[in-house]
Design a protein around this ligand. Structure first.
Ligand SMILES: NC(=O)c1ccc[n+]([C@@H]2O[C@H](COP(=O)([O-])OP(=O)(O)OC[C@H]3O[C@@H](n4cnc5c(N)ncnc54)[C@H](OP(=O)(O)O)[C@@H]3O)[C@@H](O)[C@H]2O)c1
Length: 392
């Protein structure tokens, strides 16, 4: 059996349990398209895909403003490394589901992502989305592989509910939720969680480009990010909850979030107070975070870290400028673990909003989907096979 066929059979595991064996490098790369490739998250995806061992970038798509131009002409490139050669001359297409690729990443603006992602899934494309539109849908996995890989079991139900054939939608969480939940997971497993109080200091790149006007953010803090507190209070309930075979059961946590925009380029800092179900010493909390380790299959995915939570001891860390790139941007960095006079424990965490909170998260989700057999070679179907968009 070829590695791709073998990895397909791995998708049949009951209960969505991660197999302990390593995911193997495929014989042939899966062809990836990026919707919203010109945006700040899309650029990160393009950059990460350029060197990816399992995926090959074959299509880029964006708005009418960009389509018809080469990627190099259309994009306002923000990364410090040059535009990858593989992407420079690709012609930017519109967001119609007629792309020559096996699956798509979506980094579309949320004003358009909802129906476009549905059109692609209906046309047979697996959609790995960064956008908020489908995150809380009753049959769509909101996925952090280290936290809730078993939620992939919702995909067959989604296909049945929506009449999708090979297509489906999987999403990653909001950028500040991603780092928070990665840190909550080992604590939930070891001690149980009751209450979470979190105050965020979020980077301006979290608002896309051009984002917050410089005159509003320079030398200032803006104590409001539209919709962010609601997302931070809702998404962890789904991520830390369970899929029972027919629906998601929420974790039932008490969560209160305050979200602030600060004049930092990349990296969301979060000050968290936690109420635990089981009494734990600070040393036990620290140990649970430090020992958090993913299994063999997950660790062998190209973007995964074996230890995705890094604990630092300096009293003035983590800091966005110094720590956002830890673990190539895929780690959540935790410091200042101490007693909380109101709850049980307080700590500070940091994660890279564009990597762990967006492009890297989507890439890891796609790698898990590939290893579990959810991606198919679409080349035999032909790029012109387009499903009718639903009436809306
Ligand atoms: N920034 C973050 O930290 C972060 C983290 C997690 C999730 N997200 C989510 O990821 C998505 C992308 O965010 P971003 O920060 O990359 O935003 P962005 O920089 O504003 O990019 C938006 C992308 O969507 C495309 N687009 C806009 N309107 C369109 C239309 N009518 N039709 C087709 N394409 C259209 C743009 O294409 P043109 O260039 O052609 O206009 C661009 O490629 C959003 O849903 C956001 O909420 C962002």
């Amino acid at each position: 059996m070829s590695p791709r066929a073998q990895s397909r059979s791995n998708g049949q595991l009951p209960g969505g349990q991660l197999e302990t064996k390593r995911a193997r490098k495929p014989e042939k790369k899966w062809r990836a398209g990026v919707l919203g490739a010109t945006g700040i998250v899309g650029q990160r995806l393009v950059n990460l895909l350029a060197e990816h061992p399992w995926f090959e970038l074959t299509e880029v798509a964006a708005s009418e403003r960009s389509s018809g131009r080469t990627y190099a002409e259309a994009v306002r490139w923000h990364l410090e490394t040059p535009i990858p050669e593989v992407a420079r001359d690709l012609v930017v297409k519109g967001v119609e589901p007629a792309l020559d690729c096996d699956f798509v990443f979506s980094a579309l603006d949320s004003s358009v992502a909802g129906p476009v992602e549905e059109d692609f899934a209906r046309a047979g494309y697996p959609v790995v989305s960064n956008s908020r539109n489908h995150r809380m849908d009753a049959d769509v996995p909101l996925l952090i592989p280290e936290v809730n890989a078993a939620h992939l079991d919702a995909i067959p139900v989604q296909r049945k509910n929506r009449g999708y054939d090979t297509g489906f939608i999987v999403t990653n969480p909001n950028c500040s939720t991603a780092g928070l939940v990665l840190v909550l997971k080992p604590l939930a497993d070891a001690f149980g969680l009751e209450r979470i109080f979190v105050v965020t200091l979020q980077a301006i790149s979290g608002a896309g480009y051009p984002g917050v006007a410089s005159m509003d953010i320079q030398g200032n803090v803006v104590p409001f990010i539209s919709g962010e507190e609601e997302k931070m209070e809702a998404e962890p309930q789904k991520l830390l909850g369970k899929w029972d075979g027919t629906r998601f059961i929420e974790a039932g946590l008490g969560i209160s979030a305050h979200c602030n925009r600060v004049p930092v380029l990349d990296g969301h800092l979060e000050c968290v107070s936690l109420g635990l179900k089981k009494i734990a010493s600070l040393a036990e909390v620290r140990e649970a975070l430090q020992k958090f380790e993913v299994d063999e299959e997950l660790a062998s995915l190209p973007t995964a870290l074996r230890h995705p939570v890094i604990v630092v001891d300096d009293e003035n860390r983590p800091q966005p400028r110094r720590d956002a790139a830890a673990g190539k941007g895929m780690a959540a960095v935790v410091g200042r673990i101490r007693e909380c006079p109101l709850h049980d424990v307080k700590l500070t965490l940091l994660s890279h909003n564009l990597v762990r909170g967006a492009a890297g998260a989507a890439l890891l989700n796609a790698e898990l989907l590939a290893a579990r057999g959810f991606l198919k070679d679409r080349s035999a179907r032909g790029a012109t096979e387009v499903a009718e968009p639903a009436l809306r």
